[in-house]
Design a binder for this molecule. Structure first.
Ligand code: MN
Length: 239
């Protein structure tokens, strides 16, 4: 197996471009193939490249955390998903359709969990950027002000959701058709399945922060909100 290369492409990827990755893409080549397959092109779901270098978020999220979180956890969900869907109709569907088709179906829980975790992690990497945080762009700030009263109130709701999610899960800024709101989900659950449009997310599984912050989840969450959160990505998703 080759090691996974990280690509240093700057800028914001179009959501569909990175979420619906299919065989034959550059990311597939970067994977160097999946265990159990003889050709990389046989893998239906590929691990998208990180949108920045593995050490780009240091010291808020260290390269060591990234190497495990992206290189082992995210990559592992991709590998597991491809094993689970081999020989089914799912490889032709694309990630979002797999998630929609398996959500809430007990006998398909393993496929749902791995597919949703692939999607959630790709979305999370893009919800962060080196030199993030600060003031949202004006168009997003106007939406936040209308729904929360202020950027600070929105930030506090995100921090509260992230720190009070019991056990593993995610905190999200979403659009619900009327405005913006904050929700939290457990384990692999994603707002995609409840008709909400995700704008950004924070991973609060322990693997996201334990190497850098141990049990201090609030310190991780506040550092992410202050220094890494990618408001431009959120605005792109709100459009
Ligand atoms: Mn994670």
């Amino acid at each position: 197996m080759h090691t996974i290369e990280t690509m240093h492409s700057p800028g914001i990827l179009n959501r569909r471009d990175f979420l619906i990755a299919t065989a034959g893409t550059v990311a597939c080549l970067a994977m160097g193939g999946f265990p159990g397959t003889s050709h990389a092109a046989e893998a239906a779901i590929v691990l998208p490249p990180l949108p920045y270098a593995e050490n780009a978020l240091d010291p808020v999220i260290t390269a060591r955390t990234m190497s495990f979180h992206y290189g082992k956890h995210h990559s592992g969900y991709v590998t597991n998903l491809n094993k689970l869907i081999a020989g089914t109709e799912y490889p032709e569907m694309g990630l979002e359709k797999i998630i929609a088709d398996t959500a809430g179906v007990p006998e398909k829980a393993a496929i749902f969990n791995n597919a949703a975790q692939v999607w959630n992690h790709t979305f999370y990497w893009n919800s962060l950027k080196p030199g993030g945080g600060g003031e949202p762009p004006a168009a997003l700030k106007a939406m936040i002000d209308a729904s929360f009263g202020s950027v600070d109130a929105c930030r506090k709701e995100l921090a509260t959701a992230a720190t009070t999610q019991f056990g593993s899960g995610w905190a999200w800024l979403v659009a619900d058709g009327k405005g913006l709101k904050v929700v939290k989900t457990g384990n692999a659950e994603t707002p995609l399945t409840t008709g909400l449009k995700p704008l950004l997310t924070i991973d609060v599984w322990e693997h996201a922060y334990y190497l850098d912050y141990q049990n201090r989840r609030a310190d991780y969450v506040n550092a992410v909100l202050d220094k890494l959160i990618n408001w431009e990505f959120a605005l792109q998703n709100a459009g």
